[in-house]
Design a protein around this ligand. Sequence first.
Ligand SMILES: [Mg+2]
Length: 163
Amino acid sequence: LNRVFIDMDGVLADFDGLKKQLFGPTYEDGDKLIEMPGAFLMLNPIPGAIEAVPQIFGLGYDVWIATRPAPAWPTTYADKAAWVHKHLPKLATKLIMTQDKGLLGEKGDILIDDRPEKANCHLFPGHLVHFAHDGESPIRADRWYGAADWEQAILILKWLAEK
Ligand SMILES: [Mg+2]
């Protein structure tokens, strides 16, 4: 059974949406949000994300969440866990918090992440789906694919499942 590891911020949870609401559209520094206890729990789901999880199980994958909390702000760990309990309770026991996503998975597994330049994603041994929203170009690399939204991500997961 191949595994799909799903990033939280920017893939399942709309970090940028809350940041823009609280600090305005041009405020690029996300640190202020990270410093606010409860902020991660308040994030809205990314459109299609909640519905995508049962679909991915339906494609025959094992689904995990792989997220990188902010070590300097321990409340981000608790808030991320609380978000999963609230929005995806079936994944409460499938939540991995790590600074190093290169430690996860094996060949044939899939990581979906919007910031593959961080958290050692380049060391992930399987396929990577770059969730490149807001018109951003996907990062091109061997076994890396781009998806602008959950519909496109599911299309890639279906294709990989049949390979
Ligand atoms: Mg992210």
